[in-house]
Ligand binder design. Structure first.
Ligand SMILES: N[C@@H](CCC(=O)N[C@@H](CS)C(=O)NCC(=O)O)C(=O)O
Length: 206
């Protein structure tokens, strides 16, 4: 049994989207990240920082979005959501999968919190370089890994959606808008958005 630890309107949306793309059965546990004092201490046994997402697959715990993403694509290879080892698109897939968490996420967070820092002193570098890099890639390729949708798009797409539409700290560049246009056409993302909103408003139970 696969259990997914989620909080609506949070970073775990990207994994919810991936699960919807995979179409495999899973149980959901809601984690109240907005409770005073944060999630219960008992949750630390699953996610050491008490953050979402996390998954538990028949007793095996996986945390960190990029790791969860890789784990799930390997667990359900028949979905074809990751270029296999040796595939020419594998490098692009891994690069943008990790980039979404290691660079884009902190770039968005630092912009939201108006933090000023020397980009050369931080692993994620500058806001301008990040935007230029993503705009160049998406100007030349329709998807995160190249010519076809993969699990890396659930992570990159969720990040760009949040940074551009929710947080308003990424520019509404035509290449970003066009990319998100391709993403929102996907029935799995439409289901994800409806589910997440219903969970947030209490219309749906986990
Ligand atoms: N490095 C983690 C970060 C996840 C993360 O930041 N989760 C936020 C959700 S937006 C969270 O659970 N925050 C609750 C808290 O810090 O108490 C990942 O990529 O999986």
């Amino acid at each position: 049994m696969l259990t997914f630890y989620h909080a609506p309107h949070s970073r775990s949306l990207s994994v919810l989207w991936l699960l919807e793309e995979l179409g495999q059965p899973y149980a959901m546990e809601l984690v109240d990240i907005r409770a005073e004092g944060g999630p219960p201490e008992s949750y630390r046994a699953i996610q050491p920082h008490k953050k979402v997402p996390a998954i538990v697959d028949d007793g095996t715990v996986v945390t960190e979005r990029a790791a969860i993403c890789l784990y799930l694509t390997e667990r359900f290879p028949q979905a074809g959501l990751a270029p296999a080892v040796g595939d020419a698109d594998r490098a692009a897939f891994l690069t943008r999968l990790v980039y979404s968490d290691a660079v884009l996420d902190p770039i968005i967070a630092t912009a939201m919190h108006k933090l000023h820092y020397d980009p050369r002193g931080f692993s994620f570098g500058s806001h301008a370089d990040t935007i230029a890099n993503l705009a160049k890639w998406l100007g030349e390729h329709p998807y995160a890994a190249g010519e076809r949708f993969t699990a890396a798009d659930t992570q990159l797409g969720a990040g760009i959606h949040f940074g551009m539409t929710v947080a308003g700290v990424l520019p509404r560049l035509p290449v970003f808008e066009a990319y998100m246009g391709r993403m929102v056409e996907r029935p799995a993302l439409q289901r994800t958005m409806r589910k997440d909103q219903d969970l947030a408003t209490g219309l749906r139970q986990a």
